[in-house]
Ligand binder design. Sequence first.
Ligand code: WTA
Length: 658
Amino acid sequence: MSKLSGDALEHRLEELLRTGSFPPPPEFAQNALWKDPSVVAQAEADPLAWWEAQADALDWERRWDTVLDWSDPPFAKWFIGGRINASYNCLDRHVEAGLGDRVAFHWVGEEGEARTLTYGWLHQEVQKAANALKALGIGAGDVVGIYLPMIPEVVVAMLACARIGAPHNVVFGGFSAEAVRERMEFSEAKALITVDAARRRGKAAPVKAEVDGHMTSLDRLEHIVVVRNTGTECPMTEGRDVWWDQILAAADPVCPAEGFDAEHPLYVLYTSGSTAKPKGILHTTGGYLTCAAYTHRHVFDLKPEQDVFWCSADVGWVTGHTYIVYGPLMNGATSVMYEGAPDYPHRAIWWELCERFGVTIFYTAPTAIRACMSWGAEEPNKHDLSSLRLLGSVGEPINPKAWLWYQQVIGGGRCPIVDTWWQTETGAIMISPMPGVTAAKPGSAMRPLPGITADVVDNEGNPISEGQGLLVIRRPWPSMLRTLYKDPDRYVETYWNRFGRDVYVVGDAARMDADGDIWILGRIDDVINVSGHRLSTAEVESAIVSYPHVAEAAVVAQSDDLTGQAIVAFVTPEEGLDTDGLDDKIREHIAEVIGKLARPKRIIWTHDLPKTRSGKIMRRLLRDIAEGRELGDVTTLRDPTIMASLTERIAARQHEED
Ligand code: WTA
């Protein structure tokens, strides 16, 4: 097929927008792992037997006695009595099967340097790192923080922790040092693994030096392990800080993988909730691994001997945990891992790497697709992308136009697209087309995977056969979060309180269409999804008001063509504060407290915020203003005139930007 761009492409996309659904190409369907929709009914007939069959794909040191204990909902236990080691399943079993030379990762650095990491190499490194951590006094149950860029050591560090039963707590590299401190404090981490500096667009950005000042107040933190990445000098505190390469060199190279209880914690990962305090999502071992391997294999139709898989997420998000590290490695896949940004050193770098490594399965976020669209089809068209056979999307609703662009320009019209819905909490993909079976509709995540039951319900919890409502999941599933770390009450309250203790409330609104397919509409709580990154309005507000002489702040989401949603902050200064030129300072301050990703796109200064007479900020009205919607009832406001003034301000701001 000839490659389209410009008007011809526009025309083609317009035409396709009228096409309702896209069945898998016959050749794909013939060779797919799932060819027959009857697996859904099979799983439904006996869900526990279905999950047992999936768990049997892993290597257990001891098989479980009971598949599920759901006697105390919402606290689930899966594969009770089973013992398993995550790193054994990712590495040893492949090496023992003679696959030590298989490539686990084609790693590419920002400057184009490449490293080939085999299963055998990872196996050796992980054993050394595991012993090195043990020598620092870290054992089963001790939390280890990981704050690393997309370098091979991040995978080694995660698997070394898993090998010795030390739950990892990875913090995305885009979060600030203060956010790292907070996450180390909440999880009572005993060690932190970080880096001298990270490469960002050709420069070395100091990391250890930044982190250092924030770590002094943590009583529980005994060690900081520093990976030498760029050779940038950094302060090292004697007795506390050690170099990664030195402790690995001194470590015993053999560390046998010991089986842990299926319910042993594998990791905590912090995500934003509706309060300023992030939630520590706790995943345990057996169930999480079961779903990670199952979904990675079937949703991506993986043939490990032939495929080259690339999930472009960062390891610091759950997508990276499940679909860069655990899923692909358990399945013996060969993956690509890229250190840099999608537009560094140039805007065709992803496609250059797809061509170079013959990538067959590519998984990314709608924001990235929209960014690529805005850079033009000419960039991907420079490369031969004919190796691709399946595309995936995750993290936010994908608009049909971006879906079609992805399908046409990247997939050459021949690749099925799996729009996968899931969450940090669910651990693995829950709703997605079955690539060899489903006729996918652009913009719909379609149906729950075999073994999962999802519903759209009204405010009373009654299923809606057609229309909008709340998305819920009805049955426990193996990779469900087990609790919020050290906060079981908040776990119950956040997810299981609305319709009874056995209905998981997702926090997303969704629409069920007449065919029974699900369209995710977005969050219903105070969470903003910027470029697929979850941010809590309360967390951003609390960062803003911690700036000197800011009186009050209210943060809402505004739709954005590129990032899905953008942050708008309405901020009230204390009397006498000169707000001229203050926007950038506030943004910088937020970058320090949370990270650059939380900086508002727009800051609107105002002497007051719309409040009820009892003083509650009416965010609903602020959302209406931000979206330019007709304003609803304002009569309950303490000062109704405030609305007109805010509407004017936001319009003026948008006008300036245009
Ligand atoms: C959103 C990312 C629409 C949703 C794996 C969810 C999606 C939140 C999709 C979880 C999708 C994720 N279509 N929306 N395919 N996938 N979301 O925890 O709002 O970072 O609740 O996990 O992202 O984000 P999280």
